[in-house]
Design a protein around this ligand. Structure first.
Ligand code: ADP
Ligand code: MG
Length: 453
């Protein structure tokens, strides 16, 4: 695309590209995450693809988005644009008035008690297996008799295993049984941003009131408040106020209270006070039952052999299982074909090639990076120091961090049992070098593009 053409036309094109990039990102992020971080962003100056300005409503959001979604945005932009893009994240000098009105710190809508509870996730469409039986029973008990049995209820489990689903299910059951009760679902990240915004907009009082007036507080992914001092402090007081008033608190996390690093001791002990219920990855039968249930909800036919094939192929978590099923249905409807085993094979192959970040294995990344730099995967995993090997190795580590959910220690293990600080260093180095080295930036962009295909 020629960017030296008519400026008005060019601006229009950039707006379209921005929209395309946003649409790409929307596919990759959970809806609440997209709504919170990406949706409020505005396109600023964009006459030079190497200096595209993205505007956020405040400092905090600008740096948060840059750190957490910068790479994703850059990749999306580059692929929408058809060439390498470089993004700059700034605070919006002229935020649209609407953003202030809708700022999360403003008081909640006065009517209705369904704060953040998503009606789609209920106990009825939660499949119970030995992996989640205990957490399910505890959640059902809490919904039945809040603030009597376990307070707090702490649900622990890995990614995509149904924690968020159970939290909403509790909310939905409660709202059905006691329509007058005030139930609030929130992620701990959102709790934090609302706190930050309330400080910024001088509405701390509203913030406190808002949280302390609920009957049931459902807090998702509490691990994110670790290390955030002010947020932990505020959450501690909210927790105590609610518990003293005999209100129910339900918390979810990917780790046990004792395992969350940089979590204040007093929170740790509060979290362990009630019941800690864990969820494990589902076994084959449960995975099949989940697929069948999901198909039924979608009004689709799913034969046993197809369910079996999918359940065998995708063992990691329920979210990926569901994603695969949806892609199968989509492909079937696009191709106007029934959901047969061969169609499923085809669609799964597409999945792995197109590579949703979570489905990408580090193996695949290492293989692709090695091929790109014309060395062997073995060289990447070795400790050979020559730059010919060490550079691709660092790029591969960086991509593993960006494109998978693996932690630093997990990546370190994959790369021949190194120390995790080596990975940290590599990721940091590539991230900052990319800012000044266009070739590197392009290589990383190309590789990310190849891996996502
Ligand atoms: P988590 O919060 O633990 O990461 P989610 O609750 O978001 O996981 O679950 C991911 C997806 O899998 C959701 O769409 C959810 O409805 C579905 N899911 C998870 N566990 C079950 C289950 N036991 N029965 C039915 N659907 C499930
Ligand atoms: Mg969740």
């Amino acid at each position: 695309m020629d960017h030296k053409t008519n400026p008005a036309k060019q601006a229009m094109e950039m707006t379209a590209i921005w929209q395309a990039a946003r649409a790409l990102i929307q596919e990759q992020l959970a809806p609440p995450v997209f709504d919170m971080w990406i949706k409020p962003l505005r396109l600023g100056r964009a006459d030079d693809p190497q200096r595209i300005e993205i505007l956020a409503s405040n400092d905090f959001s600008a740096s948060y988005v840059r750190d957490h979604y910068g790479a994703l945005l850059t990749t999306a932009f580059s692929s929408a644009l058809g060439q390498g893009a470089r993004l700059l994240f700034h605070v919006d000098p002229d935020p649209p008035a609407r953003q202030v009105e809708e700022s999360p710190a403003s008081p909640p809508p006065p009517t209705g008690a369904r704060f953040g509870v998503d009606g789609r996730y209920t106990f009825e469409n939660f499949v119970v297996g030995s992996c989640n039986q205990f957490a399910h029973a505890a959640a059902a008990r809490v919904a039945d008799a809040p603030a009597t049995a376990y307070n707090p209820l702490y649900i622990q489990g890995g990614v995509g295993l149904g924690k968020t689903h159970l939290l909403h299910a509790i909310g939905n059951a409660l709202l059905r049984a006691r329509p007058e009760s005030k139930t609030l679902y929130i992620t701990s990240e959102k709790f934090m941003t609302q706190l930050v915004d309330s400080l910024r907009f001088k509405q701390v009082h509203n913030f406190k009131e808002n949280f302390r007036s609920v009957d049931v507080l459902l807090v998702d992914d509490i691990q994110f408040i670790a290390g955030k001092k002010a947020t932990q402090e505020e959450f501690f007081h909210t927790f105590n106020a609610l518990q003293e008033a005999n209100k129910q608190i339900v918390i979810s996390s990917d780790s046990y209270p004792g395992e969350i690093e940089h979590l204040e001791e007093r929170l740790r002990s509060r979290f362990s006070q009630g019941l800690v219920a864990d969820i494990h990855p589902p076994d084959l039968e449960t995975r099949m039952a989940i697929l069948k249930k999901k198909a039924a909800v979608e009004g689709m036919e799913l034969s046993d052999d197809v369910a079996f094939f999918l359940a065998e192929a995708i063992q990691s978590n329920v979210r990926e299982l569901e994603g695969a099923l949806i892609r199968v249905f989509l492909l079937a409807s696009l191709e106007k074909e029934p959901v047969t085993l061969s169609l499923v094979r085809e669609s799964l192959r597409g999945t792995l090639r197109r590579g949703e970040p979570r489905l990408l294995s580090m193996d695949k990344i290492i293989e692709t990076v090695a091929a790109y730099y014309k060395i062997r995967p073995l060289d990447i995993r070795s400790d050979k120091r020559a730059r010919r090997f060490s550079h691709p190795r660092q790029v591969a580590m960086f991509l593993c961090k960006q494109l998978t959910k693996a932690s630093y220690p997990e990546i370190a293990r994959e790369f021949g049992d190194r120390n995790h600080t080596t990975v940290l260093y590599a990721v940091d180095k590539i991230a900052s070098q990319q800012q000044v080295d266009v070739d590197l930036e392009q290589a990383v962009g190309t590789l990310a593009g190849m891996l996502r295909k």
